[in-house]
Ligand binder design. Structure first.
Ligand SMILES: Cc1cc2nc3c(=O)[nH]c(=O)nc-3n(C[C@H](O)[C@H](O)[C@H](O)COP(=O)(O)O)c2cc1C
Length: 214
C-alpha cells in the first residue's frame, strides 16, 4: 500500500486555494485507499528553522564526527528527511509568492536537501555532480497563483520561478515522476465562476492522476 505525505505551505487557512487542492487530493486518495494512512506536514505552523552555520558544518561531515550541537542542529532536518523517505507519493501545496515559493517551503527544502541523505556528490561529473538517493517516488506539485499566463509558452512563463525550481529540487534528490496541477488567476476571485471552473478542472486532473496510481 502506497504511503502519502501531504505538505502544505500556505500561511492562509480557510481561504487558501492551494490547501483546497491538497484537500481534494486527500479526499480522492481516501476514497481510493481507505486504509492508507496519510501524513500531513503543515509548514505554516511547523516553524522550520533556517539553515545555520552549525547546520552546515554538521551536514557536510560524517555523523560519527558531529558534536552534540551539530547533532542538535540537524535534528529537524533528520525528522523531515525520515518523513520524506517513508512516503511513496508526496503532494506539495505551493502558493506562488513573488514568482517563486513561500519562505516556509524554501526553509523545508534547505532542510531536506542534504548530502548523503537525499543526494550524493559525484565528483567525476562536474556538469551534473548530484546523484539522487530517493527512488520510486511520485511528486504532485499543486500550484496556486494570483495571476495567469505562467504555463509553458504563455506570457508569464519566463517569470515562473516556482515550477522549474521545484522540479529541479525533486530531480536532484532522485524523483523524476513529477505531476503538476495549477490553479491560476486566484486574484480575480470576483469571477467566482472562473475560479470554480478552474477548481473543477484541477480536481478532475487530480482524480485522473490518482486513478493512474491505483
Ligand atoms: C506575499 C505574496 C506574494 C505573491 N506573489 C505572487 C506572484 O508573484 N505571482 C502571482 O501570480 N501571485 C502572487 N501572489 C498571489 C498568490 O499566489 C495567490 O493568492 C495564491 O492563491 C496563494 O496561495 P493560497 O491561496 O494557497 O494562500 C502573492 C501573494 C502573496 C500574499
Amino acid at each position: 500500500m502506497k504511503k502519502l505525505l501531504i505538505i502544505n505551505s500556505s500561511p492562509r487557512a480557510a481561504g487558501s486555494h492551494s490547501r483546497k487542492l491538497t484537500d481534494v487530493f486527500a479526499d480522492t486518495w481516501r476514497e481510493a485507499y481507505p486504509d492508507s494512512p496519510i501524513t500531513f506536514r503543515d509548514l505554516a505552523s511547523s516553524n522550520i528553522p533556517h539553515v545555520s552555520e552549525t547546520w552546515i558544518s554538521a551536514a557536510f561531515k560524517p555523523e560519527s564526527q558531529r558534536n552534540d550541537d551539530e547533532l542538535e542542529a540537524l535534528k529537524i532536518s533528520t525528522e523531515l528527511i525520515c518523513e520524506l523517505k517513508a512516503a511513496d507519493v508526496i503532494v506539495i501545496g505551493a502558493p506562488m509568492y513573488n514568482w517563486s515559493i513561500t519562505s516556509s517551503l524554501k526553509a523545508y527544502i534547505d532542510q531536506v536537501l542534504r548530502m548523503d541523505e537525499t543526494w550524493a556528490l559525484n565528483r567525476e561529473n562536474r556538469l551534473d555532480p548530484y546523484i539522487g538517493l530517493l527512488k520510486n517516488k511520485t511528486v504532485f506539485l499543486l500550484f496556486s497563483r494570483g495571476a495567469e499566463g505562467y504555463e509553458p509558452g504563455e506570457y508569464n512563463d519566463r517569470i515562473n520561478f516556482q515550477a522549474p525550481y521545484l522540479r529541479r529540487v525533486f530531480n536532484v534528490i532522485g524523483i523524476t515522476d513529477i505531476r503538476e496541477v495549477a490553479l491560476n488567476g486566484a486574484m480575480f476571485e470576483r469571477d467566482a465562476h472562473a475560479i470554480s471552473a478552474r477548481n473543477a478542472a484541477a480536481e478532475i486532473r487530480i482524480l485522473i492522476a490518482a486513478e493512474f496510481l491505483l
